[in-house]
Design a binder for this molecule. Structure first.
Ligand SMILES: [Zn+2]
Ligand SMILES: [Zn+2]
Length: 398
């Protein structure tokens, strides 16, 4: 049975449905890459202003980071609903971040309708560049979460689950510098930066056979040379290394680095690697927030298992989740289709996806109402958060 206050929240979200769906569709149809989501941010901020919320764009020294403060009731805890809106090159909104752009606005609309009956503050935080830019880490470092008691984000997928699993990861640009020479007339004078790269890929393929099954190493060549008759003097690649915990990620990075150094040594080339974005942490799914969201989904009649039976990718929401109590449930918008495919892009603009997104907005609003109604639950969430951080410190000292 959904109580009166939650019904009020759900109705407020439904009343805004048409506008939210149109906004999401517009973002879907105009995909923008991380840190360049100018148009999307303009539309999102405009919508929040239309709702009468106080907005600030370009926070934390990031032009496409923003926040909207929902007019507060007197005091109480602060709950943050996070938005993402960056897309992928060539394949557009293949991770469905156009849905993650509107879900938090819907959640805040729902909570706003209940404020007065419950005491608290709500804000929407627009977080840029999740796909490899680490926007949330920069925002966390620069104080965007100051005063926030709990943070919520939802992510579309083929599967629903409350407690998302995410791998820690690091993202690197690799470069080899060789020496150009005529590839036919004087190959002996060249140092081949493409060979260095190809050897490195092969070393990593060999390494991959002997790593933990949950770990991932994957990359692409972004520059392979300039012309077939010139010994390649410069090549570059992009690599992501992922592991289920920080300690194993450190170990793996040292091994991957050896693979590149071996490529450099074999060819006489010089090797450089630059970290592209901050480390993405694993997700610390807060048990109390997870349980409340799970119950909210049950109240809404949506099947969303509490525990994940599979691993997912990585997310900078992980970094947020070690800073404040947080969850990032996944919600199903399609069957048997993986994220980062063109099929997922199509799914992210479907009626089913919008319906599922608004359900997650309601579930977040219900969770927030429960938290504000029962302050002891927020205390419990804080305790669990501190315990999780303490146990992380203990394992990293082993
Ligand atoms: Zn993605
Ligand atoms: Zn994503």
């Amino acid at each position: 049975m959904i109580d009166e206050l939650k019904l009020r929240a759900a109705r407020a979200i439904d009343d805004r449905r048409e506008r939210l769906v149109a906004l999401s569709q517009k973002i879907h149809d105009h995909p923008e890459l991380g840190f360049a989501e100018h148009q999307s941010v303009g539309w999102l901020v405009e919508e929040c202003q239309h709702l009468g919320w106080q907005t600030t764009a370009g926070i934390c020294e990031l032009p496409t980071a923003w926040r909207a403060d929902i007019p507060a009731s007197a005091g109480g805890p602060t709950l943050a609903f996070l938005a993402e809106y960056d897309a992928l090159p060539e394949i557009g909104h293949a991770c469905g971040h156009n849905l993650m752009a509107i879900a938090p606005i819907g959640a805040a609309i729902g909570l706003e309708a209940a404020l007065g009956e419950v005491q608290g503050r709500a804000l929407v935080l627009g977080t840029p560049a999740e796909e490899g830019g680490g926007g949330k880490q920069f925002m966390t470092e620069r104080g965007a979460l100051a005063g926030v008691d709990a943070a919520f984000l939802v992510h579309p997928s083929a599967h629903s689950t409350v407690k998302t699993q995410a791998l820690a990861c690091e993202h690197y640009e690799i470069e080899f510098h060789g020496f150009a020479a005529h590839a036919a007339a004087s190959p002996e004078k060249g140092l081949n930066a493409l060979n260095a790269m190809i050897l490195s890929f092969n070393h990593i393929d060999a390494l991959r056979q002997h790593i933990k099954p949950s770990a991932r190493i994957h990359g692409i060549i972004t520059h392979g040379g300039d012309k077939a008759n010139i010994v390649p003097e410069h090549t570059s690649a992009e690599f992501i290394i992922r592991a289920a915990d920080n300690a194993y990620l450190d170990e793996l990075m040292a091994k991957v680095r050896n693979c590149f150094e071996a490529g450099a040594l074999a060819t006489g080339c010089r090797f450089e690697w630059h970290q592209i974005s901050p480390r993405y942490e694993t997700i610390n799914s807060n048990p109390t927030l997870s349980q409340l969201y799970f119950e909210a989904m049950q109240e809404l009649g949506v099947d969303c298992p509490l525990e994940a039976d599979r691993g997912f990718g990585s997310t900078d929401m992980g970094n947020v989740s070690w800073h404040v109590p947080a969850i990032q449930p996944m919600f199903s918008i399609v069957d048997h289709v993986a994220n980062h495919t063109r099929e997922f892009t199509a799914a992210a603009g479907s009626e089913r996806a919008y319906e599922a997104t608004l359900q997650t907005a309601k579930a977040m609003a219900f969770t927030a109402i429960d938290l504000l109604r029962r302050p002891e639950l927020l205390d419990q969430a804080r305790r669990e958060f501190q315990e999780a951080k303490a146990s992380l410190r203990d394992t990293s000292n082993e």
